[in-house]
Design a protein around this ligand. Structure first.
Ligand code: NAD
Length: 254
């Protein structure tokens, strides 16, 4: 099936001012993608959509949803689907960090992080691919983390690593099931990226220490990840599926 000229990408978790999602939404709008944003912060989602429409001259809309709540995710997606051109791509970015040591993880913390970082990816993906199979074309990209592959070691610890590793298994399996329907499903595994997810702990000293651990002498920028997303949702990436693209300055090689 043809990859439509006029097309939309929906990004979850794209409302935080210095986040990977907002930077990616701008980057993709520059390439002509229309933009749908789902975020916990509904006002911020709509504000980012308005700023994108104004700056890049594409269509954009925002909707509020907690990705851990399937009914909310489906309602937000329905709203965006009704308002925007054909949704060809979904990018799952909504996520939270969890620097809690394993022996201090409560049942509530375990559930909170799994609900958002793992179940949230499933809820949004499930809704998106239901429509993508009807069109016979789709791209799904989900944000994993180097923490999943190296066993934490940057900021977040075990619950986060487990959820992000779950995203990789989920990606491979959905990719296998839906490939014959024209849908590719991939993950991106970033190293430390300069955003606010680490809750103000990312000092210049900390950045230098994290960079020293990798091959390239710096930590990553949201744009580094945006460019990887742009590739994986492009028409030209149509032969790439079930993969995890490490964008981490060489922190993890395998
Ligand atoms: P961020 O905190 O800037 O952005 C996260 C976004 O998700 C925010 O807009 C927030 O409002 C939204 N969000 C949080 N909980 C939500 C929920 N329950 N429902 C809906 N939206 C919710 O973080 P970021 O650094 O841009 O991270 C984006 C993604 O990349 C996350 O999945 C994160 O785990 C992953 N990642 C980040 C890094 C890093 O170093 N920054 C490294 C590896 C992976």
């Amino acid at each position: 099936t043809a990859f439509p000229e006029v097309r939309t990408v929906v990004l979850t978790g794209a409302a935080s001012p210095r986040g990977i999602g907002r930077a990616s939404a701008h980057f993709l709008a520059e390439q002509g993608w229309n933009i749908g944003i789902i975020d916990l912060d509904a006002d911020a989602a709509r504000a980012v959509a308005a700023e994108i429409a104004e700056q890049h001259g594409v269509q954009a809309a925002g909707a509020g949803a907690n990705v851990a709540d399937e009914a909310q995710v489906r309602a937000a997606y329905d709203e965006l689907e009704a308002a925007l051109p054909q949704i060809v791509a979904l990018v799952n970015l909504a996520g939270v960090s969890s620097p809690v040591p394993y022996l201090e993880v409560t049942a509530d913390e375990w559930k909170r992080v799994m609900d958002i970082n793992m179940n949230g990816v499933h809820y949004a993906t499930r809704r998106a691919v239901e429509s993508m199979v009807e069109h016979g074309v789709g791209r799904v990209v989900s944000l994993s983390s180097v923490s999943a592959q190296r066993g934490g070691g940057t900021f977040s610890k075990t619950v986060y690593s487990a959820a992000k590793a779950g995203v990789i298994g989920f990606t491979r399996s959905v990719a296998r099931e839906l490939g014959h329907q024209g849908i590719t499903v991939n993950a991106i595994s970033p190293g430390p990226i300069d955003t606010d997810i680490m809750g103000g702990t990312l000092t210049e000293e900390r950045k230098t220490a994290m960079a020293a651990d990798g091959v390239l002498p710096r930590i990553g920028t949201p744009r580094d990840i945006a460019a990887a997303i742009a590739y994986l949702i492009s028409e030209d990436a149509g032969f790439v599926t079930g993969q995890t693209l490490n964008v981490d300055g060489g922190l993890y090689m395998h």
